[in-house]
Design a protein around this ligand. Sequence first.
Ligand SMILES: NC(=O)c1ccc[n+]([C@@H]2O[C@H](COP(=O)([O-])OP(=O)(O)OC[C@H]3O[C@@H](n4cnc5c(N)ncnc54)[C@H](O)[C@@H]3O)[C@@H](O)[C@H]2O)c1
Length: 325
Amino acid sequence: MSKKMRALITGGAGFIGSQVARHFLRAGYGVYLYDSFVIYSVPDPASVQPNFAFRLKDIFPSIHLIRGSTLHKDFLRRTLTEIAPDVIVHMAAMPLPAIAIDYTEEAFQSILNSTLNILEIMRDAQTQARLVYISSSMVYGDFQTPEADEDEHPKNPKDIYGAFKLAGEVVVSTYGRNYGIDFVTCRPSAVYGPTDTNQRVIQKFIQAALHDKPLVLDGDGSMQLDFTYVEDTALAIYLAATTPAASGKVYNVTRGESRSLKDLIEIIRKHVPHTTVVHREAPKYMPVRGSLSIARARRDLGYEPRVSLEEGVRLYVEHLRNNPY
Ligand SMILES: NC(=O)c1ccc[n+]([C@@H]2O[C@H](COP(=O)([O-])OP(=O)(O)OC[C@H]3O[C@@H](n4cnc5c(N)ncnc54)[C@H](O)[C@@H]3O)[C@@H](O)[C@H]2O)c1
């Protein structure tokens, strides 16, 4: 009998990684989540642990959960050698542009050194495994066109996080070319849904609305984001990881349709009427964005996002109503 395929997901205990894990489990892979359980902001004791437990509780008996940091190269090498994964999905990274501005050194370690460690280990081992590098739409900076495609649109990150993510892309493709490493790069954007603990805009808005507090809106509400329900992001990443023809390519992995913060607020108001809004100035590091083209992911991966913003907000509101954290 042939060996069961194995997937190792760095940052696999996180918001997106734990959903990617479900796809590999369904496909019959042995699934290894390699995670150092970092918290990036001052933790809210009422929220962090329950979310973490909720992410993993139904899959806990089927996964291998490994406490490990991608910054600890010896332990990482031993783990990779022992497991010999067929796919490594590299999601472990500080995921927050706002935090990376203050904790720049940590962001550099977390995004770049972490990636370099994996690449060096793969180079030495001459592994046949596929590496999926998780980048970000922040690599584009201000959108020059309403829709950004992967190759033609300029990559001019406006902030530190986007700059490190783009540097990681360049390093991954250079190692890929020089050392025969099979890689794919994915660029998610504005992912939302149950168990996010990082206080991104949809989480903040719904939680404020459910607690009868005003929504704090950056700017006038015209800011556009390609909001993507976490299950769609995870599906696209899984497809990129397992489609042979994706080798060496970059994929936008979003819903493919930007919506304004004003739209988002109107959708939230359908579930929580009378929600009020206060305005503050938009942070300067935030690029002006639009939709990411997902034509390539549709064509090569057969990816089709399933959850509209209306449906995703409904699901998330329902989750936060039933799980008050
Ligand atoms: N959520 C989004 O909107 C979004 C958008 C674009 C890109 N991304 C990228 O997707 C990835 C996952 O983001 P997320 O939203 O699931 O964040 P998350 O914080 O929920 O998950 C990140 C996980 O990585 C782990 N981790 C961090 N550093 C590590 C290290 N050195 N070694 C091992 N584990 C480590 C953390 O403990 C955490 O479980 C990140 O690379 C992020 O930059 C996220």
